[in-house]
Design a protein. Structure first.
Length: 244
């Protein structure tokens, strides 16, 4: 019987952390199809956020397992892995989105057409993969947490000012998923807006309603709009790999 392929799960090491529910679903689903290796910048422990009754026991058990200690992202050789997964990580904007090590790994995966899956705020990690003015995912279709505007209501001034500072423009669009992003307490200080980055870098961006299931597959790249899309995105990663 042949050995299982290995999937690399890349997570943020910043204090804003990793969604406990998204990581739990990702790890549980992938463990049936892959051997798993987690990695973070500097090999720092994963800070789980959003722990609730459904994940508390699992997180507690996971943290005492030997495999809970992440490898250093800087030492990862992409050639040793057959799939790459980035779960919903609120902290990704602060470290993975500008990680040279992840850029190197993603470049290997794209050049060898290995499947890559990123979910929710973990999609921002893909922004690290720029070479000069070129993004390696230019021409790809993808999704992620959206900041497009449906209704400003009480939060109108804050969103309006922030979008103007970032891009000197905004528009009214029928995408209520704006609220997925503005619910972040640090919204006004985000270093980048993924939707804007994708569009400005030659990618095609779509989003569905707030908290709706929405997954986009383009070639060997799978992206999920939000934490709720984790299971659907990861199952498609498994199917995509199995179809190779």
């Amino acid at each position: 019987m042949s050995a299982k392929p290995t999937c690399l799960i890349v997570a943020s090491a910043s204090p804003q952390g990793v969604s406990a529910k998204s990581f739990h679903q990702s790890f549980t689903l992938c463990s049936s199809a892959f051997n798993l290796q987690t990695a973070t910048p500097g090999g720092k422990p994963i800070e789980f956020v959003g722990v609730d009754e459904s994940t508390a026991r699992w997180v507690q058990d996971f943290n005492v397992k030997p495999y809970a200690t992440p490898a250093k992202l800087e030492s990862i050789d992409g050639a040793r892995y057959q799939a790459l997964l980035i779960p919903d990580c609120p902290g990704a904007l602060n470290d993975l989105a500008h990680s040279g090590s992840l850029h190197r790994i993603l470049t290997h995966f794209i050049s060898h057409q290995k499947p890559v899956c990123a979910v929710g705020q973990g999609v921002s990690a893909l922004c690290c993969a720029t070479e000069g003015q070129n993004w390696i995912f230019s021409g790809y279709s993808l999704t992620g947490v959206s900041v497009s505007v449906l209704s400003m209501k009480g939060i109108y001034p804050k969103i309006f000012m922030h979008i103007n500072v970032l891009s000197n423009s905004f528009c009214f669009c029928s995408k209520p998923s704006v609220f997925e992003l503005v619910r972040r307490p640090d919204f006004a200080n985000l270093p980048l807006i993924v939707e804007d980055f994708v569009k400005d870098s030659g990618g095609s961006y779509t989003a569905s309603q707030e908290d709706a299931l929405h997954v986009v597959i383009d070639r060997h790249l799978i992206t999920g709009q939000n934490m709720q899309s984790t299971s659907l995105a990861v199952n498609n990663l498994i199917l995509l790999f199995s179809a190779k």
